[in-house]
Design a protein around this ligand. Sequence first.
Ligand code: GAF
Length: 391
Amino acid sequence: MDYQSLKKEFNDAFGYEADKVYFAPGRINLIGEHTDYNGGNVFPCAISMGTYGVYKTREDNKIRVQSANIPDAGVIEFTTDELDFKKDLSWDKFVRGVLYELKANKNLTAPHGFDLFVHGDLPDASGLSSSASIELLLGNIFNTEFGWGLEQLDLVKNGQAVENDYLGLNTGIMDQFAIGMGKKDQAVLLDTNTLKYEYVPAELGDNVVVIMNTNKRRELVDSKYNERRNQCEEAVARMQKGGVDIKTLGELTQDQFDEDSYLVDDDTLIKRARHAVIENQRTLRAKQALTDGDLVKFGKLVNASGVSLRYDYEVTGKELDCLVQTALQQDGVLGARMTGAGFGGCAIAIVNKDKVDAFSKAVGDVYKKEIGYDASFYVANIADGPKEIKA
Ligand code: GAF
């Protein structure tokens, strides 16, 4: 999306010139899925698809916002004091939520109102973190425009607080961190227990990451997501009761889990915990494989993550399974798995760059035949975090 057309969209909505254009990316996760709320490792990257925000300061305390992605909502208007959560809010829940949490946690209040036009090119609810993208977009706009001097990590944590405390979704910190701390051509290995992180060049040789979108909206994802989280916490509680001294599953090696898993004593809980423990270790092995340039091994670990998410964590479904299984049968594919929360949304495949068109056509044809509607395919460009866009 280019600067001029974004400015024009603002002008059409509000009838005057905007001051500035900002951007925050979306993210893919290479490996380390459903580990972030288990104190484990994740290995995501920010991508060039994301959310744009066109901003103009106001002198009064009115906030007016409009989104190209939700045109029916029109211009939504409120004041800098009207931030409380209400069930019937549209996408303005993010604007209010980001300001509400900054007030609650940092005692910061918007000094004046603003007009804002938002336009995202991330498919909505598709597992590429459109919510975290808008949370970090808004956090960065407010921090710059209101001169608050917060660190990017503060804005990352604020985004997570919006999810957890304002919207009531028990997500981990991966999405906001990947977006806020994103770096061009780098994946970020994050230990969600300590928040220590390291950039790792996403050097894939002759290969690229292809995003495969099921175009299935993630229905009921919030309740199933929270259920998975509760199951992991219950597994930890049972191990603690049996005398194992841990706070999260991320503290366990595979061998330790193996020896103490009898304490969990429930087949579903054992499967969930086993995924979290092994995926956490697998993420470290995958980071090592990528650093060593062993792309074949990296691809196999990506596949293993997918198997575990499908059979132990059970967060895939027929659409994601169809894309991943079909992808793995194609020529020039090193690995494939779902990415993000699952239950629909997107998968990724690591594909030889000369074979992307043939790959997308072949997988797309099978998907259409089996599922009945089209999947979409995009090559992921690994990109920087939030920034201001200039003319
Ligand atoms: C969603 C959540 F927001 C993340 O915190 C993470 O748990 C992910 O699902 C699964 O790895 O994107």
